[in-house]
Design a protein around this ligand. Structure first.
Ligand code: NAP
Ligand code: HSE
Length: 431
């Protein structure tokens, strides 16, 4: 019933996908349906569910007649107002969403890859057709950060976002640091818990975090970021040796996604990062995500919560469904009003941890220090432990541009006394 007592039609939903997230959505609507109907003033009904395999055993009990493998049964049903896409991948999800918008249906999606690659086109199409297009679950699972940026923080100029926005890699790094397990065995645990993407290289190689950073940065700075310009480095090169040196230096290693607006342009990067143990992001463990935001009016904010998993992610999907049911929330899908310059990685200024294998002989440290100095790289600390051939040397620099650091590293690699530059990890937070 609406406020005048008139009967309001239920919101009929076509669900594309019944995997981890789809099952969570189904479960929430089943369990909390009555309460949601009271809150929204409209009953939520899942009318059809698209899957690949009708015979597959499901995590939830679903009446078989709801399942279909034929998208047209959903698109051609005029009663279905809303498409909830939780299939994943770019194809065919992109064309299914495009066809749904063209059919005048509202869209809710959890698909960050699709948004990062085809968001510009799909959001414009949604605005052209005047349909809702919400994607809260696409970044940081259950944390309501997109709505916060689009609505609650709309009065601010955001200057910086720094976050742990991939649960799988945070889970892996937490296990590797605390229990000394290998990356592979920690990944298997994350997959068993439903955190990892279908192809876990998207998590491990940093792409999942890059897609999410692109979405956050585009909304925060009002200018669509270009995926090719988001520097992306995953956690494959992280070794127990580096985690050990980090411990000695008072650092915790995290895969950080960082976006900043500077007078010269926007910087966006994802990479393993050492942060001081006292930094608020250092204590964000396991699958938890956290996003730190700086706005000119609000100051510093931090969002914390579960970034993956069936029910946390479904919580965000359902909040979008509720916005459609109420016809509330930001109706304009695309919030990129400007075209701002994106900066190359060479312009980035940060600190660096560098581990080098060198000859164990007098004068070696001096030769390396000379290469750093000649390229304006100032050193904050040096660790040399043990004897042997080769012997490891670890340096932490003061702030320096990526371009200068790269020049110094090229010079160091060319020295006869250097066997190899074994790892370079960026360092953020107060020195
Ligand atoms: P999932 O467990 O792999 O489930 C995918 C579902 O989509 C399955 O039910 C599958 O059908 C169906 N599907 C896939 N391709 C299809 C096709 N071509 N035609 C018909 N059905 C198809 O994936 P998920 O983990 O739920 O993730 C879904 C989306 O949510 C992704 O975009 C992911 O990035 C995003 N997300 C996931 C999480 C998380 O914690 N898992 C968190 C935030 C966002 P069958 O079951 O028959 O194979
Ligand atoms: N694979 C993603 C993660 C799921 O680990 O954070 C949430 O997007």
């Amino acid at each position: 019933m609406d406020e005048r007592g008139a009967q309001v039609e239920p919101l009929k939903i076509g669900l594309l996908g019944l995997g981890t997230v789809g099952s969570g959505v189904f479960q929430i609507i089943q369990k909390n349906g009555e309460e949601l109907a009271q809150r929204t003033g409209r009953k939520l009904v899942i009318k059809k569910i698209l899957v690949r395999d009708l015979t597959k055993k499901r995590a939830v009990e679903v009446p078989p007649e709801l399942l279909t493998t034929n998208l047209n049964e959903i698109l051609d049903d005029p009663e279905i107002d809303l498409i909830v896409e939780v299939m994943g991948g770019v194809d065919p999800a992109s064309s299914y969403i495009r066809r749904s918008i063209q059919a005048g249906k509202h869209i809710v999606t959890a698909n960050k890859e699709l948004l990062a690659k085809n968001g510009r086109e799909l959001l414009s199409l949604a605005d052209e057709k005047g349909v809702h297009f919400h994607f809260e679950a696409s970044v940081a699972g259950g944390i309501p950060v997109i709505k916060a940026l689009k609505e609650s923080l709309a009065a601010n100029q955001v200057s910086k976002i720094m976050g742990i926005i991939n649960g799988t890699t945070n889970y892996i790094l937490t296990k590797m640091t605390a229990e000394g397990v290998s990356l592979e065995s920690a990944l298997m645990e994350a997959q068993a818990k439903g955190y990892a993407e279908a192809d876990p290289s998207s998590d491990i190689d940093g792409y999942d975090a890059a897609y999410k950073l692109l979405i956050l940065g585009s909304i925060a700075f009002g200018s669509r970021l270009d995926l090719a310009g988001v520097y992306t480095e995953g956690i494959r090169k992280v070794t127990p040796v580096d985690l050990d040196y980090g411990r000695q230096l008072g650092y915790t290693l995290k895969l950080l996604a960082i976006a900043k607006e500077t007078p010269a342009g926007i910087e966006a990067r994802v990479h393993p990062t050492f942060i001081p143990n006292s930094h608020p992001l250092a204590s964000v463990s396991d699958v938890f995500n956290a996003i730190y935001i700086e706005g000119d009016a609000v100051g510093e904010l931090m969002f914390y919560g579960r970034g993956a998993g069936d029910l946390p992610t479904a919580s965000a999907v359902c909040s979008d469904i509720i916005d459609v049911a109420r016809d509330s929330g930001a109706k304009k899908a695309c919030s990129c009003l400007h075209v701002k310059k994106q900066l190359p990685m060479a312009n980035t200024v940060t600190r660096y941890y560098i581990r080098i294998s060198v000859q164990d002989s007098p004068g070696v440290l001096g030769q390396i220090a000379q290469k750093f100095g000649a390229n304006d790289v100032s050193l904050q600390s040096v660790i040399q432990q043990g004897r042997g051939e080769p012997v490891p040397l670890v340096f932490v620099t003061h702030e320096v541009s990526e371009a200068n650091l790269e020049r110094a590293i090229s010079g160091i690699k060319a020295l006869d006394c250097v066997y190899s530059v074994d790892n370079i990890i960026r360092v953020e937070g107060e020195a």
